[in-house]
Write a protein that binds this ligand. Structure first.
Ligand SMILES: [Zn+2]
Length: 255
């Protein structure tokens, strides 16, 4: 088992720290605000991964530590939180698919995922170089800064296409969510076409996420258990000065 090398101050959260965070700090009011645009459209499904990357998990769940566990049946967000406290996961996601009461998909949120490991770092090289050293998910402060600049560039480009965008610091990189209503109904083909077009233009994005192949996205205000950072929505104006290594808004109390 290889431990990922991370920027100074970022580290795996322990089970006790995850519990402390979800019990005391997890801000359901903000989670609810984040999900408000989807409420009128469909039912949101959540998901957790307990210990796939950190290998830290509750012993009784060892068999499912690597699995993606869906939280589909919950009464309200308090109930969702209770389930998260049971699993004490390294990661919490929500499904960008929206479902009606019969479980039929009625739409999908369009999103872009930018991760630091996909950049070529002047110090650590390409993703391939990093994988050779078993550091596929590791990253450094230079890569963080580069991925932030990429996010700002992509945001500017997306502003030409859409009117309602939101940026989220994901714990490692950044996500850009598109809230324009018409995009919810886009077919897979339209999503793939846009993803391909943007990569051709030189933008760094995970096409698998944008096309809809990967539907899960990190839940804002949850804890990223690999780096001990709170997943944090940001405005585009906040982006240039945002440093996730030191920014108090994304530092959990246990640090
Ligand atoms: Zn690097």
């Amino acid at each position: 088992m290889h431990r990922y090398i991370l920027p100074k101050g970022m580290r795996y959260a322990t089970l006790a720290e995850r519990e402390f965070f979800y019990r005391r700090e997890f801000d359901l009011r903000r989670v609810k605000e984040w999900l408000t645009p989807f409420e009128s459209v469909g039912h949101v499904v959540f998901a957790v991964i307990m210990g796939r990357h950190t290998h830290i998990f509750r012993r009784e769940y060892a068999e499912d530590a690597d699995a993606t566990i869906l939280i589909e049946n919950y009464q309200n967000l308090e109930d969702m939180k209770a389930q998260v406290l049971e699993f004490l996961p390294e990661s919490v996601y929500y499904d960008r698919n929206l479902y009606n009461l019969h479980g039929k998909v009625v739409g999908q949120e369009l999103a872009f995922d930018l991760d630091p490991e996909n950049l070529t770092c002047p110090i650590h090289g390409t993703l391939e170089d990093k994988m050779r050293r078993h550091q596929g998910l590791g990253f450094c402060e230079t890569e963080l800064k580069m991925v932030k600049e990429e996010t700002a560039k992509l945001y500017k480009r997306l502003e030409q296409l859409f009117s309602n965008l939101r940026i989220v610091y994901s714990g490692r990189g950044f996500h850009i969510h598109v809230l324009d209503e018409e995009t919810l109904g886009w077919k897979r083909r339209e999503r793939s076409r846009l993803a391909k077009k943007l990569t051709k233009e030189g933008f760094l994005i995970d096409e698998w996420v944008t096309s809809g192949g990967m539907r899960l996205i990190r839940l804002p205000y949850s804890l990223h258990g690999m780096v001990s950072r709170i997943v944090l929505p940001l405005t585009v104006d906040e982006l240039p000065d945002f440093n996730p290594v030191t920014d108090k808004r994304c530092l959990p109390e246990f640090l």
